[in-house]
Design a protein around this ligand. Structure first.
Ligand SMILES: NC(=O)c1ccc[n+]([C@@H]2O[C@H](COP(=O)([O-])OP(=O)(O)OC[C@H]3O[C@@H](n4cnc5c(N)ncnc54)[C@H](OP(=O)(O)O)[C@@H]3O)[C@@H](O)[C@H]2O)c1
Length: 331
């Protein structure tokens, strides 16, 4: 019997974006508890390009043992095409979206992808596939930080560093529902209108005035930037306040303790969850959360999407349009 095929973007060797090749590959089949999704759009996330480079930012001992050729991508929006044994919660034709098998490996840069049934949720009625594919990883990260990891500890003033990016723009919108009274967004100047439009109370353009000079008294800092200079934000947080790093950073742990600032021991990590995603979808359908799209590329231009991702300064999300005829570029 001839194996069914599909178009996909495969990584042929760890390295630069040119290693992402649009080609014909075997179509996957759903195993027990899995669903085959006809992918309409796939989101692009930082872990995709960390993986493409071979995880140079992950210590060797912790590096995932992935061997090219492989298909990347964990965010998808699409339609259920087939069910694996034992799946009862979905039917062919259902419109779904999801963060697939994260942390772990998924293969959403393709016309078809398999997903554990429990990682999917019904696509929000308010969103098309391109916008829906922008939500899962970044939206769930913001949602799970604020409603699970930091549950009961969100109140007063929340400051989001990296506020215009994928995680940041969802976090500023979810902040109030999670208990914050006031939201400060830190980003570069060109994002001001975007972030004010999402309802932030204060905007700090870090390229003009560093947040550590402009801000004091923050109750909770959600830092999506981190890095070796992360400690410079310590003066913004009040004694008794907390820093939640979304990306690893050097926060001068002892100095933070001396200032009475609570700091997560390690870095908390997002996990696939269809039920959390369904709750986020309800907030989207209620008009409480909007989706920012930085740029859309056809699937075959995944390499160009990675080039855009690594340029940084994103405003919302990058999405690969798998089913449509998107012309590439910024919105
Ligand atoms: N812990 C987890 O489970 C988890 C989950 C998802 C993502 N992450 C990590 O979180 C980080 C953010 O992810 P993302 O998807 O939101 O990335 P992203 O979409 O690329 O957004 C990053 C944002 O940071 C801003 N930025 C860069 N330098 C800055 C600075 N010095 N000060 C303030 N803002 C700055 C950028 O724009 P401007 O500079 O123009 O403002 C951009 O909007 C990534 O490193 C990712 O790996 C962790």
């Amino acid at each position: 019997m001839r194996t069914a095929t599909m178009r996909a973007v495969r990584l042929h060797a760890f390295g630069e974006p040119e290693q992402l090749v649009y080609e014909e590959v075997a179509r996957p089949e759903p195993g027990p508890g899995e669903v085959l999704v006809r992918v309409h759009a796939a989101g692009v996330n930082p872990p995709d390009w960390y993986a493409r480079r071979g995880f140079p930012n992950v210590p060797a001992a912790l590096r995932p043992n992935w061997t090219p050729p492989l298909v990347l991508g964990s965010d998808l929006s699409g339609v259920v095409a087939a069910l694996g044994p034992g799946v009862t919660e979905w039917r062919p034709g259902d419109e779904v979206f999801g963060l697939v098998s994260f942390p772990g490996r998924a293969s959403a840069y393709a016309q078809y992808a398999v997903s554990p049934a429990a990682h999917l949720a019904p696509r929000p009625a308010a969103l098309g596939h391109v916008e829906a594919a922008a939500v899962p990883m970044a939206g769930l990260t913001a949602y799970q930080y604020l409603f699970t990891h930091l549950r009961g500890r969100v109140g007063g003033t929340l400051m989001v560093n990296g506020a215009a990016g994928g995680v940041g723009h969802f976090a500023v919108q979810l902040a109030r529902a999670a208990g914050a009274e006031r939201v400060i967004a830190v980003a570069s100047g060109r994002h001001e209108e975007f972030l004010r439009g999402l309802g932030v109370d204060r905007f700090v353009d870090y390229t003009r005035t560093p947040a550590e000079e402009a801000v004091r008294g923050v109750d909770l800092l959600l830092d999506t930037v981190g890095g070796p200079e992360a400690h410079r934000l310590l003066p913004t947080v009040r004694r008794g306040g907390r820093i939640a790093p979304v990306f690893p950073g050097d926060y001068h742990r002892e100095r933070a303790a001396g200032l009475g600032i609570a700091l997560d021991e390690g870095m908390w990590q997002v996990r696939s969850s269809g039920s959390d995603l369904a709750e986020l979808a309800a907030l989207i359908d209620a008009g409480k959360v909007r989706v920012g799209i930085d740029s859309v590329f056809p699937l075959r231009e995944a390499a160009a999407a990675h080039v855009r991702a690594e340029q940084g300064h994103l405003q919302g999300k990058i999405v690969l349009d798998v089913a449509g005829r998107a012309s590439s570029g910024r919105r």
